[in-house]
Write a protein that binds this ligand. Structure first.
Ligand SMILES: [Zn+2]
Ligand SMILES: [Zn+2]
Length: 222
């Protein structure tokens, strides 16, 4: 758990691909935002919600099964609104079939709020979230940036030491390169990134150590 003053950040790692789900919890409001809904997230979440936390929003970084399989389950239990980019709807059949390969049941996320581009989401008064459209890993990948706290949830776009795969259906390396450039152009280098898999990092460290970033940023500028 990371204490950031008016919010707390909790992380759960669940599902066959060890996906990170993050709960952003308003300390005073006891309202919460869930970033991604991997298989098994409801089990991890329930004990926290039982302590009087109200889950109000589910922000999906993209439509792959390991990030979105339990969005509808969590919505049905909590009534939380579900945010996603519409371009990832075409991936639901792929997600369903990959999920079944892993023995996971897939239910299409019941999306209540489509985020179709760069948008400011005003969820809790103290929580301003900027959704950035960062396609490449999938056509509808989103990065959620909280400027007030200098943190960003990068899904499968940017990891510590590497970047997301672009060879899946709907993926594009060209889009990935421009999305990475968008992240580095818009977010301060002090921003702490929380990816969809693995450990967190700081943008500045990725700029220095992540060779895929150098390639993507340089390649795009040529
Ligand atoms: Zn993915
Ligand atoms: Zn993933």
């Amino acid at each position: 758990m990371r204490d950031l003053g008016s919010i707390r950040l909790l992380k759960a790692v669940t599902g066959p691909l060890r996906t990170n789900a993050y709960l952003i919890l308003g300390v005073e409001t006891s309202e919460a935002v869930l970033v991604d809904s991997p298989p098994g997230v409801w089990e991890a979440l329930q004990p926290i919600l039982d302590k009087g936390v109200t889950l109000k929003w589910i922000l999906l970084t993209h439509g792959h099964f390991d990030h979105a399989a339990e969005a509808s389950l969590v919505r049905s239990k909590t009534g939380a609104e579900v945010f996603m980019h519409p371009a990832d709807k075409i991936l639901f059949r792929v997600s369903e079939s990959v999920a079944s390969d892993f023995g996971i049941s897939w239910v299409d996320p019941e999306v209540t709020n489509y985020v179709s581009g760069d948008e400011n989401l005003n969820l809790i008064s103290s929580l301003r979230i900027n959704a950035l459209h960062t396609p490449g890993h999938t056509p509808g990948s989103l990065t959620y940036y909280l400027a007030d706290f200098l943190i960003a949830f990068t899904g499968d776009t940017l990891f510590k030491g590497t970047i997301g795969a672009t060879h899946f259906p709907g993926g594009s390396y060209k889009d990935m390169a421009s999305s990475l450039r968008k992240i580095f152009d818009n977010l301060p280098l002090e921003t702490v990134i929380y990816p969809g898999h693995g450990d967190e990092s700081i943008l500045r460290d990725e700029l220095i150590r992540n060779r895929y970033i150098k390639e993507a940023l340089l390649g795009e500028k040529e």
